[in-house]
Write a protein that binds this ligand. Structure first.
Ligand SMILES: Nc1ncnc2c1ncn2[C@@H]1O[C@H](COP(=O)(O)OP(=O)(O)O)[C@@H](O)[C@H]1O
Ligand SMILES: [Mg+2]
Length: 248
């Protein structure tokens, strides 16, 4: 793998056991700034658990996760968010009863909870930033649409927008194009390629065509361990990867 940029995330010997079962087992993973890393592998490989460990939702049994030199394994979840890590779960968690604009406004870093941030004056700084994000996530024509009325794909974009408005240095996305139409997938690829500039993004994904379009490097997990890593081409041609994953 080419190493050109600073390492933003360094995961070493990371292990988590659930009642003796090692869902993640001695994993090493390094992600650079400006890198979009795809994580693939069969169901149960430990992909989601790795993201849970990075964002502090699950505590490691052993090993370390260093983000810009800060150890995350001993930090509470909200501190990890403050340190600059944004996490998107598989199902969009947006406020369905609020408008698109209001969802972004609530997520703007100075907001403190739903009521507090809605009572804030809409300063032009906040407005400008929200409009920038609306453009980025293809929702510039829908600021006043109730979020619950958006298509599934638009909801996923809105949630990505709610993360990027916080300017995270590391963005973690779990299967962002699941359930999306072909054209929504194409736009999401464009979005992810754009938002990986100036930050690092880790995307778990099963759609290999999609991975090919976005990933700088691909990590393949199997039974909690690193099975292969490198360019999409090298991973696709790897007999071990074909045997446990791509061949099925
Ligand atoms: N909180 C938990 N308690 C017990 N087992 C878990 C927990 N979270 C995940 N697992 C198990 O760890 C394995 C990896 O799960 P997961 O990370 O969700 O896989 P993937 O996202 O690659 O499909 C699975 O066997 C799953 O059942
Ligand atoms: Mg998963």
């Amino acid at each position: 793998m080419k190493h050109r940029n600073e390492i933003v995330l360094a995961i070493e010997d990371l292990t988590v056991s659930f009642d003796g079962f090692r869902a993640v087992d001695g994993l090493n993973l390094y992600v650079e700034r400006d890198e979009l890393r795809a994580v693939i592998g069969p169901n149960g490989a430990g992909k989601t658990t790795v993201l849970d460990l990075i964002c502090g939702k699950t505590k490691a049994t052993a090993g370390s996760i260093q983000f810009k030199g800060i150890e995350l394994t001993t930090m509470p979840e909200h501190k990890i968010v403050q340190a600059g890590v944004g996490r998107k779960f598989q199902n969009p968690s947006i406020y369905e009863n609020l408008t698109v604009f209001e969802n972004l406004e609530i997520s703007y870093p100075r907001g403190r909870g739903v009521i507090g941030s809605l009572m804030f004056e809409r300063t032009s700084d906040v407005n400008d930033r929200i409009h920038e994000v609306l453009e980025e996530i293809f929702l510039v024509d829908h600021p006043n649409t109730q979020a619950g009325l958006l298509s599934h794909g638009q909801k996923q974009w809105l949630e990505i927008g709610m993360l990027i408005i916080q300017s995270p240095q590391l963005l973690l996305l779990d299967e962002p194009v699941a359930g999306m139409s072909v054209s929504e997938r194409e736009k999401t690829a464009e979005l992810l390629n754009r938002i990986s500039n100036g930050r690092s993004v880790i995307v778990i994904e099963h759609d290999m065509e999609f991975v090919k379009r976005i990933a700088d490097n691909v990590t393949v997990l199997h039974q909690g361990k690193l099975l292969a890593e490198g360019s999409m081409e090298s991973v696709q041609g790897n007999p071990k990867v074909i045997e446990v994953y791509l061949g099925h």
